[in-house]
Structures are given as structure tokens and as C-alpha cells.
Ligand binder design. Structure first.
Ligand code: FAD
Length: 529
């Protein structure tokens, strides 16, 4: 017998495993049955009222074995001898494109400028401790891409639930906890992601695919408006039946290369601002309405804030971005001479601090001074802000910081708070170096956010800058149906860098789609032509 139930539980009933089993058995009226198997299929936290509730959907099996939770396994066909496709970038888009190609019987060759996850860790240590930015191995570049050392949040606004489920199942098959299949806001955590990424690579290699690290693509092999392959920084030419370009939003050299070769790219709106760090206990008190701490059962709380602002008659949103409960602020620059911050959390999210991007939507009409840079206008603007932060921070990875109320009152902070940002902070007035339209909108929005989260606007929180890599400042266009570049056949712009994804899961989904489109076209065409 199988029974499905929707329950509203207390945090203790939901998260204490023994109590959970007992409570569900009782509430289902099946507690007298022997060998009950209880499986959670959905779980979400409802903290709107003073008493926090957990909504849970469960399946209860009695005298019957449950059907398997995941359909995707690691049984990939061997594709060693097929004609290869070239995938540039081993981020989520590139890795999932590779796995999908394998499923469809085609060998992927993945080219990655950075190092494997383990070797990459040493460069991150050097970045945090010695302020050395390796332009090919950092928080943005290297195996697993920008999402490897992150919070591993797996939310997406995509409505394609079937595709989303596939990605989650593949992650579970490669070592992610099954909780990601049921939680409303699943996350993996920076301590678990690298192991999972290495498992994805192992599946690619075991099936006969190739993953080449320290292999930077510096040119394209194009004949008669059709891409035949790529050239690496060592001068090696690698050919294939098509190229999936999944180089992420930070590969500025790739955008410059496309521009130099007159391959169509477009400037794209994005968002820029700061990261805000609070004590996690304060955020918990606000979100969970508790007096002291959140107790042993509830996870560290998160938030999502949006505030519209009007300046010079123009409305722009100011919004929280990539909130990391119990996490760290990390130095995410991908070149020397710039400061970029982002956030990550361990799977338990048990750090002292809550940090989140707080960014302002930037439209191209906000950048009249940069129009001369054409498709690279938003990129140049982004880069200049990052360089300004670097100058202000003292030309290292020490980041500018300011207490929140001091920023709104245009006052340099006399002292700064404790921080999770390892390279260190320097007191600076963000009003002096952030573009005026960004600073003014942030200063308008922050006090108003206190109306949505009482206590959020406080001088016991600080701004750390700058949060500038929210999405790509450039779009690499592609056709709506075939996903090919409109000028260059067999070139498939993919993932976040091309402007078709935002976040780990949507990039992975886009990678799968690009592989399908490329292989679908290949199946139909005479490849010799
Ligand atoms: P990327 O992940 O950027 O991968 C691109 C890859 O291409 C990189 O590995 C790069 O080295 C490689 N590459 C670039 N140029 C070349 C070249 N010329 N030759 C060869 N290889 C090249 N998203 C979430 O959904 N949840 C989170 O919790 C989250 N936290 C984040 C935390 C941090 C610190 C950062 C930096 C990002 C975070 N993100 C998060 C964003 C997420 O990582 C990206 O949206 C996602 O990784 C985009 O995937 P992608 O494959 O399109 O590109």
C-alpha cells in the first residue's frame, strides 16, 4: 500500500529523524503497520507567522517497496570512437553539455583554461592569503566553473520542471544528498561541490570523453562562416563537428576575441552593487521571529529583498542576489588589478555571518559615456568599477567596506566590523568611488528594506565591495530554434557567459539543450560540406 500525505510539522518534528518517523506514522493512522517506509517528497519552511512551520509532503509505503527515487544513473555509453564535439569551459554548462552528448552517443572534448578542482584549491589559498590572482585559476575559472566554490544554491526560475528534475537526479547520482530533490530551496555547499564535480568528470572520462585542463582557447578555426574547431594558447588546433562556447561571464578575453573577429556580440544589461554582511543571528531573529538563536533544528535563515527606486525619472530595481546564510565573502576577481566579491557557504551553513549581494539593475541607457565601446560597453563599465575598488582597497585583495548606516549618511566608518572576508577590509566611503547612480539607488533602497525586514537596516552590518559579476555584461546571440550563432554555423553560445543562463542549474540545463541542438543538426547534415 502507498499513501501520500501533506503535513504541517514543527521544526523538531520535521528535522529530528526519529521524531519525524514517529509523528508521520501516527498522523497517517498507520503506526500499527510493521515495516513502514516513509519518504519525503517535498519540504519547505513557512516562517510568515511567529511560529515557524515546516510543510512536508510524504509518501508512506506499507508492505511494498518504494519505486526508485531517481531514474538517472551513471550508465553512460562508450563514445570513444565517435566524431567529437568541442566544449569550451568546464562550468556547469560545459559539464552537462558533455554528459548529454555522451548520452546521445557523441564524444565530448572539454577544454578548460583552469585546473582540476583539487589543484585549483591551492590558487584559492594564494588568493585569500597572499592576494595573488591567477588569471586562469580563481573563484571563476577552473574545473566546475564559477559555481564550484559557492553556496551551491540550486534554485532556478525556469518553469521546465522535467529538465530541472533531470539535473537534480544527475547531481544525486554523482554524490549530492537526496535532500536536493525535496527541499524548496536546495543547496549543496562548497565543501561537497568539488567532490561532486570530480565525479561528473569521472563519468565523462569513463565513457571515453576527454577533459583537458590548463587548455585556454585563444582563437577559432572558421572557414566560410562555419566553425571547424578552436586554437589553444599552445597553438594546438582541435577540430570537431561543432563548438559549444560555455566560457562564463568572466571570460573577458573571449568577448574581446569575438569582437576582434567581428563575430556578432551585444552589450547586455546586468546588475552591480555591493555585498552586505550581517551577523547570521540577527537575520535569524528577524526571519524566524526568535528572541535569541534559531535553536538546533532550523537551518540558517536566508532572505530575498527587492526595492524599486526612481532617480532622474528612471525606475530601477535594487535587489538582493545570491544570499549565503552562514557563509563567507570570497575574493572573486579573475584578473589582477580588480576587486570582485561574491559569497559561498558550507553545506551546514553554520558560519557566523549572513552575506548577500545587494545590487542595482544597470540598463544600457544608464551608461551613455560607455556607448563608444559598442558591444563591450557594459563590460568596460563593470571593469572600471572593479578597478576603482582595487585602488581604494589599497591595490591588493583587501576590499573596501563601510557600515550600512554610515554609507547611507555619506560618512566614513571610524571602525569596521568582524568579517568572513579573509583578505581583509579597509574603511572607505562607497559614495566616493561607486558610480553615482548605483550609490544613490542603494542609499535610497537600504532604509526602505527595513520595512520588509525589521532590523535589516543597521550600522551593525557592512557593505563590502564590489559585487559586479551578477550576470554577463555581454550577450553572444544565437538563433531561437537551432541555438546556433546567427553568423557562424556550428557555433553554439551557451550558459551564463552567452547570456542564456543565470546560476548553476540553469547553466546546466542550457548546456544539455546546446548539446542536443548541435547533435540534432549533425544527425541531419552532411558533415563534409
Ligand atoms: P562558468 O561556471 O563561469 O564556467 C565557465 C568555464 O569556462 C570556467 O571554468 C572557465 O575557466 C572556462 N573558460 C573561460 N574562458 C575559457 C577559455 N578561453 N578557454 C577554456 N576555458 C575557458 N550560482 C548558483 O546557482 N548558486 C550559487 O550558490 C552560486 N554561488 C556562486 C558563488 C560564487 C563565488 C560565484 C563566483 C558564482 C556563484 N554562482 C552561483 C553563479 C554560478 O556559478 C554561475 O551561474 C554558473 O557557474 C555559470 O555556469 P557556466 O557553465 O555558464 O559558466
Amino acid at each position: 500500500m502507498k499513501k501520500e500525505l501533506q503535513l504541517v510539522l514543527s521544526p523538531e518534528e520535521a528535522y529530528d529523524e526519529a521524531l519525524f518517523q514517529k509523528t508521520v506514522a501516527e498522523k497517517s493512522g498507520l503506526s500499527s503497520h510493521k515495516n513502514l517506509i516513509i519518504r519525503t517528497t517535498k519540504r519547505s519552511i513557512d516562517a510568515r507567522s511567529k511560529k515557524v512551520k515546516i510543510n512536508v509532503t510524504v509518501e508512506i509505503f506499507s508492505g511494498q517497496n518504494p519505486e526508485p527515487l531517481i531514474n538517472s544513473g551513471k550508465d553512460y555509453p562508450n563514445v570513444k570512437n565517435s566524431e567529437p564535439i568541442i566544449i569550451v569551459g568546464a562550468g556547469p554548462a560545459g559539464l552537462f553539455a558533455a554528459l548529454r552528448a555522451i548520452e546521445l552517443g557523441v564524444k565530448p572534448i572539454v577544454l578548460e583554461r583552469g585546473k582540476d578542482v583539487r589543484a585549483r584549491r591551492r590558487d584559492l589559498a594564494a588568493l585569500n592569503k597572499e592576494h595573488i590572482v591567477n588569471p586562469d585559476s580563481n573563484y571563476c575559472f577552473g574545473e566546475g566553473g564559477a559555481g564550484t566554490y559557492s553556496d551551491g544554491k540550486l534554485y532556478t526560475r525556469s518553469k521546465k520542471r522535467g529538465d530541472l528534475r533531470r539535473i537534480m537526479e544527475i547531481l544525486v547520482a554523482h554524490g549530492a544528498n537526496e535532500d536536493i530533490l525535496v527541499d524548496a530551496h536546495p543547496h549543496i555547499g562548497t565543501n561537497k561541490l568539488p567532490i561532486l564535480i570530480a565525479e561528473l568528470r569521472e563519468s565523462i572520462l569513463a565513457a571515453g570523453g576527454e577533459v583537458l585542463f590548463n587548455t585556454k582557447v585563444t582563437d577559432f578555426l572558421i572557414e566560410k562562416d562555419s566553425i571547424k574547431g578552436v586554437v589553444t594558447s599552445d597553438g594546438e588546433k582541435i577540430s570537431g563537428i561543432g563548438v559549444i562556447l560555455a566560457t562564463g561571464h568572466s571570460a573577458r578575453d573571449v568577448f574581446h576575441l569575438l569582437s576582434r573577429k567581428n563575430i556578432l556580440i551585444e552589450a547586455k544589461p546586468f546588475a552591480l552593487g555591493v555585498r552586505i554582511e550581517h551577523d547570521q543571528k540577527l537575520i535569524d531573529r528577524i526571519q524566524y521571529h526568535c528572541q535569541s538563536d534559531r535553536g538546533p533544528y532550523l537551518p540558517a535563515s536566508s532572505y530575498s529583498l527587492v526595492q524599486q527606486t526612481v532617480l532622474n525619472g528612471k525606475q530601477r530595481g535594487v535587489f538582493s542576489f545570491c544570499m549565503c546564510p552562514g557563509g563567507f565573502i570570497v575574493p572573486s576577481a579573475s584578473s589582477p588589478g580588480e576587486i570582485v566579491v561574491n559569497g559561498m557557504s558550507p553545506s551546514r551553513r553554520d558560519g557566523k555571518f549572513a552575506n548577500s549581494g545587494m545590487v542595482v539593475a544597470v540598463e544600457l541607457e544608464d551608461l551613455p559615456k560607455y556607448q563608444k565601446y559598442g558591444p563591450l560597453s557594459a563590460l568596460v563599465f563593470q571593469q572600471e568599477v572593479e578597478q576603482a575598488a582595487w585602488e581604494v582597497g589599497g591595490k591588493s585583495q583587501v576590499a573596501p567596506a563601510q557600515r550600512m548606516m554610515d554609507f547611507v549618511n555619506n560618512k566614513l566608518s571610524k571602525d569596521l566590523l568582524e568579517t568572513s572576508y579573509q583578505p581583509g577590509l579597509k574603511s572607505a566611503n562607497f559614495n566616493d568611488f561607486l558610480p553615482e547612480f548605483i550609490a544613490k539607488r542603494l542609499a535610497m533602497a537600504l532604509p526602505l528594506m527595513d520595512k520588509k525586514m525589521k532590523g535589516y537596516y543597521t550600522n551593525d552590518a557592512h557593505l563590502v565591495g564590489v559585487e559586479s559579476r551578477t550576470s554577463s555584461p555581454v550577450r553572444i546571440p544565437r538563433t531561437k530554434e537551432g541555438f546556433e550563432h546567427p553568423q557562424i554555423s556550428r557555433l553554439y553560445p551557451c550558459g551564463e557567459g552567452a547570456g542564456f543562463a543565470g546560476g548553476i542549474v540553469s547553466a546546466a540545463m542550457d548546456g544539455e539543450r546546446c548539446a542536443e541542438k548541435l547533435i540534432e543538426k549533425y544527425a541531419k547534415m552532411d558533415i563534409g560540406s
